[in-house]
Design a protein around this ligand. Structure first.
Ligand code: ATP
Ligand code: MN
Length: 477
């Protein structure tokens, strides 16, 4: 008999019929009740075996973590807590598990402990819920852009340009690290390297996506990016997934509108598709909140927060307005900020972003028109010569979730900027070509996918929303 998914059995299957299921034992109670989970659903299927069916040797093999194939009849449940249960008629152990050594016991484990067991943590209710939401979100991302007429492009993962990454990139090389060929200056000779030049893992697909937008119109990337920044925070990974739409004929306002519509859409989709998982995560977060001091508790529950973002417009504020708000804010005056705000042009730190979002506006915020000197070379310069058409979207609990801009389409302005910032213009010859042949206003942004998953699932640490996190000093598994 072909096994059915537990989700199907729980939701739609007819009673008093025979079914087969397979999955892993979560718990086995009273030598009678097996809670079986196959990953298809948050809920386990209660499978009831009768004593007489079980030889002692078989009984011993039904332990937490073991994999089973069961056949039986689906009936209305006698007990409380579930509508249906499987009256087991046949048991096959597919994979034994040593209950003494299996690390995922039927009790609460800390997230830190589970990070060290990342190969098995997906068997916990929390991680399975998070990863199902992650999957639904990524599908919603593609659905949104495909519906909007965008094309999905795959930009290179190995890149020959380091214009964007300045010092924060992972080198890709096949040279013998202990004994590299040297050039005349005594440095490693990358001409002899695999690609005949220095190469790195990409920090962003943007520049290549721009090339494609200026031909296909509206495109997006969704792929892995790598940053060798030594940020040991709850919001930074060395390897993370980024979604980067890039659109010809869009100005900054069009760009902000798209970003807001996009985020709202994907959140709506998961509310619909992952209701059960989100309710569980909502409850989980509320419990966690209870153990915190009053001042640190979240004013909203998880689902409430998601709905709030869907239902309310993001507040749009220029850097200059935000600067004034921050300069005059209580924590600034009382010197509570680690970095005080007292000069126009300073970069905003996460503490400032969170103040704006969580304390001042109490909703997602889009900051735009940043000082040119704290932003990248490709952002379009404003008339004032001091600011650029950048926009960052800031979320409660997360801080920056999106960074984007209208791109500089004017060749001379871009060339001047590249020179001012001491960037190697030769490396960017092809990028400048885009401004030589049919240049048009265009815009785009990058959204860190894991930060979106963090927001949606309420997981506090970014290491818990990607299967196998890569962070400084850690690339286990
Ligand atoms: P931050 O200031 O938070 O370090 P950033 O300014 O370096 O971010 P961008 O270069 O604008 O970020 O990248 C676009 C988006 O990618 C960010 O808005 C964020 O959502 C995400 N992101 C950036 N760095 C990381 C990282 N190390 N790990 C996970 N996501 C990241
Ligand atoms: Mn960064």
């Amino acid at each position: 008999m072909k096994a059915a998914k537990i989700k199907t059995l729980l939701e739609t299957s007819e009673l008093d019929q025979s079914y087969a299921v397979q999955g892993w034992v979560k718990t086995f109670r009273a030598n009678r009740f097996i809670a079986l989970n196959d990953g298809s659903s948050l809920k386990n299927l209660q499978c009831v075996v009768s004593f007489e069916q079980l030889e002692d040797t078989l009984l011993k093999r039904i332990t937490t973590g073991a994999a089973l194939h069961l056949e039986g009849t689906l009936v209305e449940s006698q007990g409380e807590g579930q509508k249906v249960e499987l009256q087991v008629e046949k048991i096959r152990v597919l994979g034994d598990s040593d209950p003494e050594k299996y690390p995922i016991q039927p009790k609460k484990h800390s997230l830190e402990f589970l990070r060290e067991k990342a190969h098995l943590r997906i068997r916990t209710t929390t991680f399975a819920a998070v990863m199902r939401v992650r999957s639904a979100l990524s599908f919603a991302v593609h659905k949104f852009f495909q519906q909007e007429g965008f094309y999905y492009v795959n930009t290179p993962i190995i890149t020959g340009s380091d214009a964007e990454g300045a010092g924060e990139m992972f080198r890709v090389s096949t040279l013998d690290i202990k004994n590299p060929p040297l050039n005349e200056e005594g440095n490693p000779d990358y001409k002899k390297d695999f690609f005949g030049k220095e190469t790195n893992l990409t920090v962003s697909g943007q520049l290549e996506a721009e090339s494609y937008a200026l031909g296909l119109g509206e495109v997006y990337t969704f792929g892995p990016t790598f940053r060798a920044e030594n940020s040991n925070t709850t919001r930074h990974l060395a390897e993370f997934w980024m979604i980067e739409p890039e659109m010809a004929f869009y100005d900054l306002t069009d760009n902000m509108n798209l970003a807001e519509k996009f985020i709202t859409y994907v959140l709506k989709e998961v509310l619909k598709d992952c209701a059960e998982d989100l309710e569980f995560l909502d409850e989980r977060l509320a419990k966690e909140d209870q153990s915190k001091p009053q001042a640190e508790r979240s004013p909203m529950r998880l689902i409430e927060k998601i709905k709030f973002v869907i239902e309310n417009d993001f507040k749009r504020v220029s850097y200059t307005e935000a600067y004034e708000i921050l300069r005059n804010s209580k924590p600034n005056k009382k010197k509570k900020f680690q970095f005080l705000i007292n000069e126009w042009g300073v970069d905003l730190q996460s503490e400032h972003e969170r103040y704006l979002v969580e304390k001042h506006f109490k909703c997602p915020v889009i900051l735009f028109d940043y000082p040119a000197n704290i932003k990248a070379f490709y952002m379009r310069r404003n008339e004032d010569e001091k600011t650029v058409r950048a926009m960052d979207i800031l979320f409660p609990g997360i801080g920056e979730i999106v960074g984007g801009s209208q791109r500089e389409e004017r060749l001379e302005v871009l060339e001047k900027r590249i020179q001012e910032m001491n960037i190697d213009a030769e490396e960017l010859w092809w990028y400048l070509d885009l401004r030589r042949f049919g240049s048009v206003p265009h815009s785009g942004f990058g959204l860190g996918f894991e930060r979106l998953v963090q927001f949606t699932t309420g997981m506090n640490n970014i290491r818990d929303v990607i299967p196998f996190p890569r962070t400084p000093q850690n690339a286990a598994f």
